[in-house]
Write a protein that binds this ligand. Structure first.
Ligand code: SME
Length: 166
């Protein structure tokens, strides 16, 4: 039986993340505008991984403590605001820990923006002081699409792009 390489095997996935991280950092070199960086990251990651169904940011709203407001994203209509502690994004914001959810329909309080979403990963985005700027949310229509490889690679690229912000 011949071996067919699949691009979602963990080793290949890590390589693809490393490639796209290099591309993202090259495109963003010298760019200080945060909206431009968020939009570029969402676009390039979404394009690199066809399994990404919704890809984008929920930003900490400075005018409303404890609330996230939607930022740059790729995908179908996302909900506009999420309170800290609500759903998967709210859990990532409240705990500052990456959340991997294999089956969103089994997650208590999951916010169903699009019923086609089946699994998701949400990564907190921190600045140089360790303050929360936003969360980065990726949804897939496949169950259990994300694992510790996605978590490590996304934490690394988000740290590289936003971790020096003041
Ligand atoms: N699924 C998220 C809500 C945001 S959307 O999926 C775009 C959640 O429960 O946090």
């Amino acid at each position: 039986m011949s071996y067919v390489a699949r691009d979602d095997r963990p080793a290949d996935k890590a390589e693809r993340y490393a490639e796209v991280e290099t591309e993202i950092l090259a495109v963003l070199e010298g760019e200080t505008n945060r909206t431009a960086r968020m939009a570029t990251l969402a676009s390039m990651l979404s394009d690199a991984f066809p399994a990404y169904f919704w890809t984008g940011f929920y930003i900490v709203d400075p005018e409303k403590g404890g609330e996230l407001v939607v930022g740059p994203y790729q995908g179908t209509l996302g909900c506009l605001r999420i309170a800290f502690g609500r759903g998967v994004c709210g859990a990532a914001a409240a705990t500052r820990q990456t959340q991997i959810v294999e089956d969103v329909h089994a997650f208590p309080g999951h916010i169903a923006c699009d019923s086609r979403s089946a699994s998701e990963i949400v990564v907190p985005v921190l600045d140089s002081r360790g303050d929360l700027i936003a969360v980065f949310d990726v949804d897939s229509t496949e169950k259990a699409a994300f694992d510790s490889v996605d978590a490590a690679c996304l934490e690394r690229v988000l740290g590289a792009v936003f971790g020096a912000d003041a």
